[in-house]
Design a protein around this ligand. Structure first.
Ligand SMILES: O=C(O)COP(=O)(O)O
Ligand SMILES: [Mg+2]
Length: 272
């Protein structure tokens, strides 16, 4: 059984909407580098990767404000300083995407969903201009028909506006849609849109376990979406390729049969 078979018995969802940072890509090294460049240019001490990991999730402006505050709470940071810092951060981040990596299993799962003709969208709080170049660099761009950045609409997650907008464009009702993310903004946006939410355990939820937000399911690997890769009894994701269902899948059995036929033919030709 897969996570999808458990949550959508009998039918795959028609639309899957994905978060980006902490869900599809581990972008914290590049975001932290850009934050530290910005802080250095302002004559400040670096924040470091662990602090930045906890501050990601509410878009670049809030990340910059948290970095200026040196804490999660940024209420006292003024607007003029934010604007200046945001410009420095954006220039540094635009120049640096070299450390970002796609999480294991993402390529194969998106490819599988694409083959199954499931519509896919990307909804991130990252500013829009960074999103398409990053997706292309990671080889993920071709999968998403709709891409919504943190500044594409007036609202960003946890507001459900982007999810409702994409569902309308895709002509898919909430009960046939799924949102997959890593942080409380994702789970809250999905709940407000009436959409089932699966959360990844490895992302950035401000240092808290994402299970606290009660998504429909928490998985450790995106491959849990594919058949034979998820054990509903234990909630454990089985490594793709090692699961019994995968070993005995029709594709594997057919391939083994063909290999036998080819070998038999080769032996027969050699004897003749
Ligand atoms: O830019 C951020 O703060 C997080 O982006 P995300 O919505 O893709 O996780
Ligand atoms: Mg995220």
């Amino acid at each position: 059984m897969s996570a999808l078979e458990r949550l959508f018995p009998g039918n795959l969802p028609r639309l899957v909407m994905f978060d980006l940072d902490g869900t599809l890509v581990d972008s914290v090294p590049d975001l932290a580098a850009a934050v530290d460049t910005m802080l250095a240019q302002m004559g400040r001490e670096p924040a470091g990767i662990e602090a930045v990991r906890e501050w990601i999730g509410n878009g670049a402006r809030v990340l910059v404000r948290r970095a200026l505050a040196g804490s999660f709470d940024h209420a006292h940071i003024d607007e003029a300083q934010t604007e200046h810092a945001l410009e420095l951060f954006s220039a540094a981040y635009a120049a640096h995407h070299a450390l970002t990596q796609v999480y294991p299993g993402v390529h194969e799962t998106l490819k599988w969903l694409h083959k199954k003709r499931v519509k896919m969208a990307l909804i991130t709080n990252k500013p829009e201009r960074f999103v398409a170049p990053l997706l292309d660099q990671m080889g993920l761009g071709r999968y998403f028909k709709w891409i919504i950045g943190g500044d594409t609409l007036p609202q960003q997650k946890p507001d459900p506006a982007a999810l409702l907008f994409v569902m309308k464009m895709a002509k898919v009702k909430a009960q046939h849609a799924l949102f997959i993310g890593d942080s409380r903004s994702d789970v809250q946006a999905a709940k407000a849109a009436g959409v089932t939410c699966i959360a990844l355990s490895y992302g950035y939820n401000h240092g808290r376990p994402i299970a606290e937000e009660s998504p429909a399911l928490v998985i450790d690997d995106l491959r849990a979406l594919m058949p034979g890769c998820f054990d509903p009894a234990t909630g454990i994701t089985l490594a793709h390729g090692n699961s019994p269902a995968h070993r005995d899948s029709i594709v594997v059995v057919t391939r083994k049969l063909w290999m036998k036929v080819i070998k038999a033919l080769a032996r027969w030709r050699w004897r003749a």
